[in-house]
Design a protein around this ligand. Structure first.
Ligand code: 7RM
Length: 647
């Protein structure tokens, strides 16, 4: 008989030695206090940051009607000071802050805290010399190179607001984001390296700037040395500017509630939202969750494989680890270059203690085969992390046994761009873990599950995950669109923050995230709004209507399945389908590449003309259309043709 798989994984006695919180009682005591007395709880923890002045009247203020809240307002601090200067002063000047592992294995670089501070001050002065002032937005379109980290910390130092656009995004996505935030300075590079190949970056920037934007200055890092077009009077080289810049740049004293950065994220509308994070609450959240999720200890080497273009990179490559004085590893390349063992070679080379990645990468590694892992000595690993999607229990066990050698707890961290830092996660030393569950709320987070109509769900039933009140690192607003912020997060279920995710809570109170309940598709853990892909398709001359739904994908978790109807005078052909795919890649970016495009005569619609995506999801996923509730449809007869034409 097959052995029942283990359902619970307690931390080992060895692990408990490094745990910051080593028992359930300790977690529970701190958690209960964070809920009963949030102001006292966070007020004390604020001492973990360095302040110019703690001049706040109230730790927390919440205007429920306006959906506005503040933490530590009136307190003054600087994020770059907290990530760099204070560590240099406190004995870490010679400790590695950032390890850069390049695409080519033999080209790594390390920055100590003192060196990183030196570079950051110089680049802060470069920004100033280009007229960047406190509150100005700086758009950043860079691959995973150290200049990206330096640039963000330099912005934080002078109080400029950075807005990073993932370097895999296309010209149009870049354009929309740059225009929305009104950036006058853009920091970019000539190109990037990935898996031994050149990636074009500056070409896309040039194309974008053919259109009207506010950008006056483009600062270009030379990474690949490729021949690129530099526009006189607008484009300058990073190195030339750095050579002229002084290495002394005092920090701006920022209010706790001043904006630190914007990061655009996809929602269920076609327009990406510029999520706004502020200084103190964000930094405190990122630092503390970093410490607790991984039980970080001085001397550890920590590696998060995300890209800084996403929130995971902001909070857990940059701000969380550096605020904590940790050593953070940044990787430019891909898992399969020069061979399938690259990740493990890096772990072995740097003796990585903490490894944090996404289920999509874990599934890929599992598929590639255990032999690539077994070839390398991974005994330095102490704790593993997972983020971005629900992790399947089987995949969890594989990660635990094969990568972690059965020694390392797995921190399955649930959170979002908007939450700023982890909100539901297992504290690895505090209690046994269950494969596939994100387990319990972090301090200050009160999760509740409700049905679509707002009533509470029963134990074990799937519901919508909402949170009772704002926590320090919660996004404050959407750039230029507070109305959108209110509607999306605080007014769907009045009085609660709505995550957009489904979940269930088991009899022990542990939380199992089941995935998005809105029209957001998660491809390899990246959020893609169905509406954005639809808008891209509709912008093509041949497309009349488009409906985009997720289908399960073995590696990427979800893939994009697309239904389109064509305009008069256009006919289905292989070329057209190819052209549409290219069009989406160009408009949204390669991450949004549709796996399938099915051309149909008609889409299922309600009487009010709404496309019923629920039905399309079932059909795309392989349903025969027989068990569908088609009562809402004007014409239930469209179903047959949709099923027959499925690709
Ligand atoms: C960090 C990040 C957020 C969405 C979120 C969920 C999904 C993230 C987990 C997860 C299950 C997890 N930010 N998600 N982490 N689902 N378990 N541990 O991914 O803004 O890009 O995406 O990702 O659906 O709403 S994000």
């Amino acid at each position: 008989m097959a052995k029942q798989p283990k359902t619970e994984y307690p931390p080992s006695a060895e692990y408990l030695k490094r745990a910051h919180i080593d028992s359930y009682e300790k977690y529970k005591k701190a958690y209960d206090r964070s809920i009963k007395d949030p102001e006292g709880f966070w007020g004390e923890l604020a001492d973990e940051l360095d302040w110019y002045s703690k001049g706040w009247d109230k730790v927390f203020h919440w205007d429920k009607k306006e959906c506005r809240f503040t933490w530590f307002k009136g307190g003054k601090l600087n994020v770059s000071y907290n990530c760099l200067d204070r560590h240099v002063k406190n004995g870490l000047k010679n400790t590695a802050a950032l390890i850069f592992e390049a695409d080519e294995p033999d080209q790594s670089r390390t920055y100590t805290y003192a060196q990183l501070l030196y570079e950051v001050q110089r680049f802060a002065n470069v920004l100033k010399s280009k007229g960047v002032k406190r509150g100005d937005r700086v758009a950043v379109y860079l691959p995973m190179i150290p200049e990206l980290a330096i640039c963000l910390l330099a912005c934080a130092r002078i109080g400029a607001i950075h807005s990073v656009v993932f370097s895999g995004f296309s010209t149009d996505s870049l354009y929309n984001r740059v225009v929305d935030c009104g950036a006058r300075v853009l920091v970019t590079s000539d190109g990037g390296f990935r898996g031994g190949r050149h990636i074009d970056i500056k070409g896309k920037v040039n194309e974008m700037l053919e259109r009207e934007t506010d950008v006056e200055t483009v600062i270009v890092v030379k990474r690949t040395g490729t021949d690129i077009v530099m526009e006189e009077d607008r484009d300058v080289w990073w190195d030339d500017e750095m050579a002229k810049a002084s290495p002394v740049c005092p920090c701006e004293e920022m209010d706790a509630e001043d904006t630190l950065f914007l990061l655009y994220t996809s929602g269920s509308t076609g327009k990406p939202k510029g999520v706004v994070h502020t200084q103190a609450g964000y930094l405190l959240g990122a630092m503390l969750t970093f410490r607790h999720a991984f039980d970080y200890r001085p001397g550890d080497i920590y590696w998060c494989t995300a890209d800084i273009g996403w929130i995971t990179g902001h909070s857990y490559i940059l701000y969380g680890p550096l605020a904590e004085g940790a050593t953070t590893l940044m990787f430019e390349g891909v898992p399969n270059y020069p061979d399938n063992g690259r990740m493990w070679e890096i772990v072995e080379k740097w003796k990585v203690d903490v490894f944090y990645t996404a289920p999509t990468a874990i599934r890929m590694m599992r598929k590639t085969g255990d032999e690539w892992i077994l070839k390398h000595d991974l005994t330095s690993l102490k704790v593993l992390g997972s983020v971005g999607e629900p992790i399947d229990p089987d995949v969890w066990r594989w990660y635990y046994e094969v990568v972690g050698g059965g020694r390392c707890p797995i921190s399955d961290t649930y959170w979002q761009t908007e939450t700023g830092s982890h909100i539901i996660l297992p504290l690895p030393g505090a209690y046994p873990q269950k494969p596939g569950s994100a387990m319990k709320p972090f301090f200050g987070i009160e999760p509740t599950l409700i049905n679509e109509d707002g009533s509470p769900t029963k134990t074990g039933e799937q519901g919508r995950l909402v949170l009772k009140k704002p926590w320090p690192s919660c996004a404050r607003t959407v750039w230029n669109d507070h109305q959108m912020y209110r509607q999306t997060y605080w007014e769907v279920y009045p009085g609660y923050y709505f995550t957009g995710d489904g979940a269930r809570m088991d009899e022990d109170g542990d939380i199992w995230i089941t995935g998005r309940v809105d029209d957001v598709i998660s491809v390899a853990g990246h959020r893609i709004g169905a509406a954005e892909v639809e808008a891209a398709l509709i912008s093509h001359k041949s497309v009349a209507e488009a409906a985009v739904v997720p289908i399960p994908d073995e590696i990427k978790g979800e893939a994009i399945y697309t239904f389109v109807t064509l305009k008069q005078g256009f006919e289905e052909s292989e070329e057209l389908v190819k052209e549409l795919i290219t069009h989406v890649r160009k408009e949204v970016g390669p991450i949004a590449t549709p796996k399938t495009i099915q051309v149909v005569d008609e889409l299922p619609k309600t009487r009010s003309g709404k496309i019923v995506r629920r039905i399309l999801r079932k059909i795309a996923g392989g349903g025969d259309g027989k068990d569908l509730d088609t009562s809402a449809l004007v014409d239930p007869n469209v179903i047959g043709a949709l099923v027959k034409g499925r690709k």
